[in-house]
Write a protein that binds this ligand. Sequence first.
Ligand SMILES: [Fe+2]
Length: 131
Amino acid sequence: MPWHPSLSVGIELIDEQHKEWFNRAERLFDAGKKGQAKEYIGELLEFLDSYTKKHFADEERYMRQLNYPGLEEQKKAHAAFIAQLAKLREDYDASGGSISVIINANRIVIDWLTKHISNMDRQIGEFVRSK
Ligand SMILES: [Fe+2]
């Protein structure tokens, strides 16, 4: 599932990063379906991991500048997701690079992103507009 305008939080920087994030997650999924080289999937997994960390850092900085009251809750959710990504990576490595692990992992990632954006990130936009 690609990024969809219904997932917009109304803050350009965050929306643009979310789009890129979805594209990357989607590419990983496609690579898995096409049975592409394990190395390539490893590379994408690594990129997804570093992009996620960059995105969370940027989002948290933005919330801090705003004195956003939900910052701590967001930080906890972000840290939990980073741990989940690391676990997926371990599972992938432990499975010897199984494609089904990747496809399953991607379902988890896309589900998490969709829920997190719809529930938590959208509130950042609402907070900005209420000021
Ligand atoms: Fe967030």
